[in-house]
Design a protein around this ligand. Sequence first.
Ligand code: G4P
Length: 547
Amino acid sequence: MSSQTVEEQISPEQIRHEVARRRNMAIISHPDAGKSTLTEKLLLYGGAIQQAGSVRARRAQRGVVSDSMKIEQERGISITSAVMTFEYDEKRINITDCPGHADFGEDTYRTLAAVDNAIMLIDAAKGLEPQTKKLFEICRMRKLPTFTFVNKLDRPAMNPFEICDQIEAQFELPCYPVVWPIGDGDRFKGVYERATRSVHLFERGERGKKAEEVHVIPFNDDSVAELLGDELHAQLLEDVEILDTMGNEYDYDLIMAGELTPMFFGSAMSNFGVELFLKMFLEMGRCPPAKKSNTGLVDPDAKLFTGQVFKLQANMDPKHRDRLAFVRVFSGVFEKGMKVSNARIPGKSIALTRPQSLFAADRYTVETAFAGDVIGLNNPGVFAIGDTLCGDSSKKLSYPGIPSFSPELFAYIKNPNPSAYKNFRKGLNQLLDEGAVQMLRAKGDQGNEDPIMAAVGQLQFEVVQRRLKDEYNVDSKLEPMGYNVARWVTGPGDPWEALEGCGRLFNVFYAKDQWGRPVCLFKNEWSLNAVIQDHPNLEVAPWSFAP
Ligand code: G4P
């Protein structure tokens, strides 16, 4: 048997090949737009699941695929991000599931830091919804190529031009419809594919069936007018003319920069338009790109393994009380059992013995992984969000941290039962480690006052309280604070000195984050603006990077 490691056996060509065939995506949407249904249909094409309905059915039964905790099952929402992988047309696709609930934030944002493409899923009857906007802003900040899938065309829908206008006006994101819907609701006839000038006809099929046979005919075929009916045919002619003469032009560079969104229309439930979308996504979607580090750009097909922890999770399997760190691979070959360094803890080498791939709760061991993949590592407390892992400890390589997002809700979390103090602290510390919420303390607190939980949405508080109860068997009480805006003091020099130099700020609560850095809490935006106006030299930011 060869004594070479897998890493040594794999040639540079193989690495390049593996990277080039990888595409990953996160689907962002408002609850109920059809994300589970679309995910399930995409997995069906890859043969990753055998029967449609299983993502949603299993979710309902045990919360297996997208959702893994009790609170999610009860509320029918997806809180934790699982990663699903499948192969299609010789490509390997990773879907990182993003929580879509309006009240849930941090996790979704971090997930978006680990993917190379975003899919914005929109309910055709509702158009843009508020939560989609918040998520989209993160995509924009990260310059993620964003694809739009307008779903539920089999139901009465908004005018497609109106949906484009909404995206262009509210997100300032120009659209490029790759396909265009023909009718909607009972009169939904299919889509027109612009590149091939052909019509894909919709046939109401059995819901959940695998791929429907789709009939594709050239738009100029004599039968088209009859098949669509005069009215829809005339409408389509007019729409196509408008798109071709007044619409945005296809521009691949703009798509890659996240400044033009390719648009698709279909019906996930009836499995119409999904395969066409998948094919086009594989063609147009971004493959794992080079990644900026402190030592310059790192090529995804470089031999050296590097990755970054973007999510931590405790107790995914309550029977084992395990803790997992999710790592996005950015370069090289990951090999089971390999030793890596963690840029945050110099000099320590960590053996990655039980790497896992997660199909939510179904886990299998990963032997090798390449740039674009996500692996789950057992975390005996050595990994934190944003940590850079590297296969060569002499390299001192690290990637920029993953920002924590500006919390908007603040509450003291109290332990009502003094005898449970130890468990309360343990549970809280582990959940805070995961980054389920951020924890602040009052400026002068030496660790004996109640900690302040800071969240993006109310649901984050509920999740922490519920998990304290379920996983650590402790009760907790929340005492909301009347502050709604947080700003980290930044700028050169000591931030505490900069803050003190301003004198006592009116109506501002002085807190510190888990690294002891100053965070100011304001009652509202107005109060923040008043302070900024009075102290133009005070530099503040709405979020922070882990140091
Ligand atoms: P989510 O993960 O984004 O929250 O949405 P999910 O897939 O659970 O879908 C929400 C509802 O929308 C489901 O109906 C689902 O069947 C329906 N749906 C999804 N895609 C389509 C589509 O293309 N057309 C139509 N007409 N409906 C669609 P439900 O009533 O909540 O559940 P069920 O009774 O269908 O299981």
